[in-house]
Design a protein around this ligand. Sequence first.
Ligand code: NDP
Length: 321
Amino acid sequence: MTPNATPPLTLLFEASLDAGERADWWRALTTALPRDTWIDGAGADASARAAADIAVVANPTPGRLAASPRLRLVQSLWAGVDRLLGDPTLPADVPLARMVDPAMSAAMAETACWAVLSLQRGFLDYLDRQRERTWLPHAQRRADEVPVLVLGLGEMGRAAALKLAGLGFPVAGWNRSARDVPGVRCAHGLGSLDAALGEAEVVVNLLPLTPDTRGLLDARRFAAMRRGAALVNLARGAHVVEADLLAALESGQVARAVLDVFAKEPLPTDHAFWTHPRVTVLPHVAALTDLRTAVATVAANVEAVRRGGTPMHLVDRQQGY
Ligand code: NDP
């Protein structure tokens, strides 16, 4: 059966985004799937919502999807679904697909490489020296002298680990289940975490936020790290116990932190991280969903539902990712 022989679907776009970004997504989505009926969740009444077959969502207001009883798929535009799963009104029996976008994985790998290279070569220190007008060259370290540990070897972690290994860093990866990543020494299970932390000079976090990983990076884990190691958190703020990280930075146990994500976002203006001399703050930009490639993933999943097939990248609600 050709796609055009199947009936059009009713697609609900439910997103809390700024106006420009929202308009860009709306244009791209409606252009990619022109023969379906699109409902803009911002202005939709109850009967329009009730007719939706698929919800395409980005930070939807909690409770909104409960008003669409016919849903056959909730498609997230974001890779992380912790916020969605935190909505107790999210229909329990509707499949939930997260975004897996090769352009986003590539961007994440670039950010990880930027952070690790900056730490290896001391470039973040040179930025500080520039502010003081201090000319202070220091010793140059080779990539193969700086062991890196990547936490989580999924789409993002695997891409980052491979690119870091390609740059010559000795890369280890830690994951829930056993994984095989070429050129990366892989360990799995909680029992191997402290040993893996103890071997790394830079720890890059790319875990999903689940009940098992919330608060994983706490005083105990910082103590397990090598003294003077660095933390790069590109996943979720709630993985880190922020007070414990500040204490570890104060004591010198953790030498530097590069943080893209925070317990509260935007990071409150009075938060200690903003002015901490050894913390680099990014505004949750490690890897943005690339509208051009992501829309193709949405379209493919809509076609899968239309044909009665199984959408890609379904979330295991039990596991929480
Ligand atoms: P995936 O679901 O592809 O990968 C998650 C990986 O983490 C899997 O390999 C999984 O193991 C592993 N994992 C899950 N739970 C545990 C655990 N308890 N202990 C050890 N390993 C575990 O996710 P992605 O790689 O696509 O994304 C990861 C996270 O990155 C997202 O959830 C999101 O929070 C964050 N992110 C941040 C962005 C940013 O801009 N800062 C952008 C995009 C994503 P297993 O192989 O056993 O399933």
